[in-house]
Design a protein around this ligand. Sequence first.
Ligand code: AKG
Ligand code: FE2
Length: 388
Amino acid sequence: MSSDRRESQQETTTVDGNGANSNPVNSTTMKATSTTVSCQRLRLNPNNEHRPDSYEDLQLEFPNSIYSSLEKYLPPNMLVSRREEKVKFMTDIMLRHLPHGERSRAQRHRDYRQKITPNYQRLHKELYSLNPTLVFVPAFIKAINENTEESFRSIISEPSPGVFVFDMLQPSFCQMMLSEIDNIMNWVAETKFKIMRPNTMNKHGAVLDDFGLDNMLDKLMEGFIRPISKVFFNDVGGATLDSHHGFVVEYGKDRDVDLGFHVDDSEVTLNVCLGKEFLGGELFFRGTRCEKHVNTATKSDEIFDYCHIPGQAVLHRGRHRHGARATTAGHRVNMLLWCRSSVFRELKTHQKEFSSWCGECFCEKKEAKGRSIAALRKKLFKARASRA
Ligand SMILES: O=C(O)CCC(=O)C(=O)O
Ligand SMILES: [Fe+2]
């Protein structure tokens, strides 16, 4: 049996991350604050005159941009408060609106991060804020600044439908990230701290968000991945990506070997190789499927294999079925950003068919259309025959 057939007949797994995309506010103060503000409410009509604070430099429970947007709904007495007090107030309100299970999960995750952030000593501080010229190759920055489909197409290739490939990261940035990751792994080994792994399938690797890189990765998603996804993945919420799960995976000796056939818990996945030197590790793609059709057969034109190159990014729908072959020599490190859209997830619950992106829904729709045209033809033919 060829390896392709084996993969396409394998059951596809949905890989879940720990789902978190946020950093803690001091939990002791948080509890105290929730007692004092829990009876307070947001105002119904925003104060549009108010100029919100910037929250970008803070490690927050929810995406930073939400705080700036929510601020104009604060009651008048809160509008003049210090930024930290506004953060506590808004965090408390948002937490109160999470379902109970979600709230305790968020609390546990906040406690977990609180054990890391004050103790982990960053190696390269410049990695923690996004400086485009430090991170990206010039052609990528130029295409993003122009922000047109044409400019994206000039630097991005699509070797197979729905798989977009482009040069993205500066070699010096890859080096810096690799040494920061080594530093994280050394801290984990020295402190014997049991970290959460990136997802249900990888035993190695680390969640970058948990180590303070969440703000930088949020900027990467908002400023650089969302504009591209808006053009190429509009059908899965590419224009409305609003949260992420950012992590690294490591393959080689004493690390993961390969990654089974799966779909990601994301709308759009950015997968970029950081290095180092390795053999193998190819990504294999086998067509995009909705939940109902995730285990249906692969068509020959959906088979595509991709070889990782350091600095080069692959962008694909999370529902594009894929896996990674064994890294047979050396050490491979990849950075992943699972980008999610809450709007798309909500809309999806009201839909039954996804022919704009699911290969199987598309075929079913085409076949149904073919059948109805054939039935109509037959009817017309019969009518004409009976008139003759
Ligand atoms: O190893 C790779 O490059 C693939 C990783 C991946 O698909 C994932 O983590 O979701
Ligand atoms: Fe994946």
